[in-house]
Design a protein around this ligand. Structure first.
Ligand code: NDP
Length: 296
C-alpha cells in the first residue's frame, strides 16, 4: 500500500489563511498591524529567493514587511546597530536575520543581539532555553511546521518512538525538543550514530534533517511509519535536459512511500510550512507584546 502524501503546500495555505484572519482582527479591533523585519547581508541567490518569498507572503497576510538589504562587506558592528534599531522599533514585532551570514560576521553574536521577544526564528539562546525547559518560547519555524503536520496526521503523539536524523541547532535539536514535549520517546541520530538503518527502523516518526540527497532508503523505514523529510537537496536532472537540476529530500521518496504510512514530499512538504510558521510566529510575538491572547 502506498503512503498518504502529506500536502505541505495545502496545509501551509490553511495556516496562512488563519494568520491573515488574526491579522485582520488585530487591525480592526486593536488598531495594530504586525510587522516583520527581514535582514539580508550579501547576495546569496538562495537567500535572496527566501527573503523575497517571505516579504511577499508577509504582505499577503496583511502584515507590514520591512526588508533590509546590506552589502556583503557590511561590518559586524553595523549589522548589530541595525538589530538594535529594530529591537527598539515598536512597529517591528518580528526580526529575522537571514542565515548564513558572511564569514567575517559572528552569527551567534548577531542572533543573540535580537530581542528574544522579537526572535521569530527562535534561535536566540533564551528561546532555546525556554523551549528546552518546556516554557513559553518562540519556536524555530521549520521544526514547528513539522510538528504541526505530525499533530494533524496523528492527533496525539504521546508514546510514539521518534527518530530525528540530524542534530543542528536550527532543525534537529529543536525538533527533538518539540517531540519530547509532546511525549514521544526521542532518539537523535547524527553522523557518528552506529547502525543508523536499525535506529531508523524503530521509528514510528522518522524526521530526516541531514542535507544528503536520498540518503534514507525505503528499507530503513518501519512499515506504517510517518516520514517527515526536511532535506532540500538540488541534484542534476539530465532527464530534464542538459544542465538541469531538481530538488530531492534526504529520503528516497519512491521506495519510502511504499513502506511508510504517511510521508512529506520534496518539494511541497516541509518547505512551504516554514514560511507559514514564520508568519504565525510574528503574529504570536505581536500578541505577546500587546498582552493579547495568542493564536493557538
Ligand atoms: P546541518 O548541516 O546543520 O546538519 C546536518 C546534520 O545531519 C548534522 O547533525 C550531521 O551530523 C547530520 N549528518 C550528516 N551526515 C550524516 C550521515 N551520513 N548520517 C547521519 N547523520 C548525518 O543541516 P541543517 O539541519 O541546517 O539542514 C538539514 C537539511 O534540511 C538540509 O538539506 C537543509 O537544506 C534542509 N532545511 C530545510 C528547511 C526547510 O524549510 N524545509 C529549513 C532548514 C533546513 P553531525 O552533527 O554529526 O555532523
Amino acid at each position: 500500500m502506498s503512503a498518504k502524501i502529506i500536502d505541505g503546500k495545502a496545509f501551509a495555505a490553511t495556516v496562512r489563511e488563519k494568520v491573515a484572519g488574526h491579522v485582520s482582527r488585530l487591525k480592526e479591533v486593536h488598531g495594530i498591524t504586525p510587522g516583520l523585519a527581514v535582514v539580508l547581508v550579501g547576495e546569496d541567490p538562495a537567500s535572496e529567493v527566501y527573503v523575497r518569498n517571505k516579504g511577499k507572503q508577509t504582505l499577503e497576510a496583511g502584515m507590514n514587511s520591512y526588508e533590509h538589504k546590506l552589502p556583503e562587506d557590511t561590518p559586524e558592528a553595523d549589522l548589530l546597530a541595525l538589530v538594535e534599531t529594530l529591537n527598539d522599533d515598536p512597529a517591528v514585532h518580528g526580526i529575522l536575520v537571514q542565515l548564513p551570514l558572511p564569514k567575517h560576521i559572528d552569527e551567534e553574536k548577531v542572533i543573540n543581539a535580537i530581542a528574544p521577544a522579537k526572535d521569530v526564528d527562535g534561535f536566540h539562546i533564551l528561546n532555546v532555553g525556554l523551549l528546552g525547559t518546556g516554557q513559553k518560547a518562540m519556536v524555530p519555524c521549520t521544526p514547528l511546521g513539522c510538528l504541526m503536520m505530525l499533530r494533524d496526521h496523528h492527533g496525539s503523539l504521546s508514546g510514539l518512538n521518534a527518530v530525528v536524523v540530524g542534530r543542528s541547532n536550527i532543525v534537529g535539536k529543536p525538533m527533538a525538543q518539540l517531540l519530547l514535549r509532546d511525549s514521544c520517546t526521542v532518539t537523535i541520530a547524527h553522523s557518528r550514530t552506529k547502525d543508523l538503518a536499525e535506529v531508523c527502523r524503530r521509528a514510528d516518526i522518522l524526521v530526516a534533517a541531514v542535507g544528503r540527497p536520498e540518503m534514507i532508503p525505503g528499507d530503513w523505514v518501519k512499515p506504517g511509519a510517518t516520514v517527515i523529510d526536511v532535506g532540500i537537496n538540488r541534484i542534476p536532472a539530465p532527464e530534464k535536459g542538459e544542465g538541469k537540476t531538481r530538488l530531492v529530500g534526504d529520503v528516497e521518496f519512491e521506495s519510502a512511500k511504499d513502506v511508510a504510512g504517511a510521508i512529506t514530499p520534496v518539494p511541497g512538504g516541509v518547505g512551504p510550512m516554514t514560511i507559514a510558521c514564520l508568519l504565525a510566529n510574528t503574529v504570536t510575538a505581536c500578541c505577546r507584546e500587546n498582552n493579547l491572547p495568542e493564536p493557538e
